[in-house]
Write a protein that binds this ligand. Structure first.
Ligand SMILES: Cc1cc2nc3c(=O)[nH]c(=O)nc-3n(C[C@H](O)[C@H](O)[C@H](O)COP(=O)(O)OP(=O)(O)OC[C@H]3O[C@@H](n4cnc5c(N)ncnc54)[C@H](O)[C@@H]3O)c2cc1C
Ligand code: SF4
Ligand code: SF4
Ligand code: SF4
Length: 395
């Protein structure tokens, strides 16, 4: 029976709960808002299956000794590209699978804008899974659903964070030719409870109407300067830059990531997936001709299966092979977990008691030293400009 000695050793992947033959494991949210297994000991028969399928307790082996190959690319369809987080590659992979009669699993919103894994069987429904949601997605019953499709010989594309792909593989316990997996370079996942609190705060501040559509990565001001958008039922919209929106500010400062993200066991260029997707940060330095601020993806091909699928969508891409180490230089989240920030504990001691915006404002405002430095740099800049003018006038 699973015994968690440290929260960092559980990713909340749901594999143990999905596998338990007595169904006596429930995934329960803790006070920070993250799910952990809770076992009904009365029902447990001590079969040990939960420990054997936990990818942290029993690490899974790589299925394919393939060395990852890196590409910079984006979708030729500009509409899809602009509606996606980076280059719109997920949509092309998913369409290729659906066109072969397959099914696609990924993270979408439910009717209350909680993030949860779901299955899509039609191209016109892919919009539900498109675009990053910066909240931990609940796996729920989707490992079992995917297994049923696999047993029916349907082609299955399962997408998610590296730990969710690890959980799926551990749950399945065997490889399937008809399974394709796609993960992301994952910085970490914020707490669903914090997301819920933020949404309630926004609703109250924005007039009390229910949200109709939410996007974390609108590209109207560019891919790099993306914005969060919440469209409300009364046709109003909240829109804020990533550096100003309080939820994004807290996320980017790692204040409410899942504890396992700070000790992530899945950080590696080599993954358990067939394809890894990411933003190609630093593309303007590596291949300036691939940078137009509309979104460029970094794609890592992880297996022969991934290579074949990628080849099948090649004509729909603008694409260039790149050196793997060079590509990862600008994306440290691929290989290194984020350290636990000092103010994480302070955040949770105030969370739920004070308005969300106020806590984040206090915890992310620049220190006195940083503010003093900014003022000094600006003053020096002004002096320098004066010197330049004097020199020019003397000439
Ligand atoms: C929590 C999170 C952290 C990330 N951190 C980084 C990072 O540090 N560096 C980096 O380069 N890229 C990161 N990404 C990946 C990046 O944001 C894009 O998702 C990726 O580049 C794919 O973009 P796309 O344009 O091809 O497809 P899109 O259509 O934008 O992506 C959709 C895909 O993302 C999946 N997805 C969306 N939200 C979630 C979620 N909450 N959990 C699991 N899967 C999800 C969907 O299932 C689908 O497979 C992160 C994504 C998420 C969700
Ligand atoms: S030991 Fe077996 S019965 Fe008990 S919780 Fe684990 S999987 Fe379920
Ligand atoms: S990591 Fe996954 S399988 Fe392991 S205990 Fe946590 S939820 Fe269960
Ligand atoms: S950082 Fe690691 S543990 Fe956290 S969600 Fe991503 S893959 Fe899972």
């Amino acid at each position: 029976m699973i015994q968690l000695d440290k929260k960092q050793t559980c990713t909340g992947c749901h594999a143990c709960a999905a596998k338990c033959p007595k169904q006596c494991i429930k995934m329960i949210s803790d006070t920070e808002g993250f799910w952990y297994p809770q076992i009904d000991e009365e029902e447990c028969i001590n079969c040990g299956l939960c420990e054997r399928v936990c990818p942290i307790i029993t690490p899974i082996k790589f299925e394919d000794p393939f060395s990852p190959m890196a590409y910079a690319c984006y979708n030729r369809d500009e509409k899809v590209r602009l509606a996606s987080s980076s280059g719109g590659i997920f949509t092309l992979i998913a369409e290729a699978v659906l066109k072969q009669g397959g099914v696609v699993f990924g993270a979408g919103f439910d009717e209350d804008f909680n993030v949860c894994h779901q299955c899509v069987e039609r191209v016109e429904d892919l919009d539900k899974l498109r675009m990053s949601k910066y909240v931990q997605s609940k796996i729920g019953e989707t490992y079992r659903e995917a297994e049923n499709f696999l047993k029916e010989n349907r082609l299955v594309l399962f997408t998610g964070t590296p730990c969710q792909i690890g959980g799926l593989k551990a749950y399945l316990g065997k490889s399937y030719d008809n399974l394709i997996t796609q993960d992301i370079i994952c910085h970490g996942v914020p707490s669903p409870m914090v997301w819920e609190d933020y949404l309630a705060f926004r609703k109250k501040s924005d007039g009390g109407c229910a949200a109709r559509k939410i996007a974390f990565r609108r590209k109207d001001f560019g891919w790099k300067r993306f914005s969060v958008s919440i469209s409300y039922g009364n046709d109003t919209e909240y829109r804020q830059d990533l550096t100003q929106d309080s939820f994004m500010k807290g996320f980017l400062k790692d204040i409410y990531l899942r504890p396992s993200c700070h000790a992530c066991a899945f950080k590696n260029a080599k993954r358990h997936s067939d394809i890894t997707l990411a933003d190609f940060w630093g593309i303007e330095n590596i291949l300036p001709e691939m940078f137009d601020d509309k979104g460029t993806s970094l794609v890592l091909i992880q297996s022969n299966k991934g290579k074949a699928l990628f080849k099948s969508i090649e004509k729909k891409l603008i694409c260039q092979r790149v050196d793997l180490d060079e590509a990862l230089k600008y994306n440290p989240a691929a290989i290194r977990p984020a350290p636990i920030p000092k103010n994480r504990e302070v955040f949770y001691s105030r969370f739920g008691k004070e308005p969300f915006d106020k806590i984040i404002h206090d915890l992310t405002k620049p220190s006195f030293k940083t503010r003093a430095k900014t003022v000094a740099v600006k003053a020096l800049d002004r002096l320098n400009i004066k010197e330049q003018i004097k020199k020019t006038l003397k000439k």
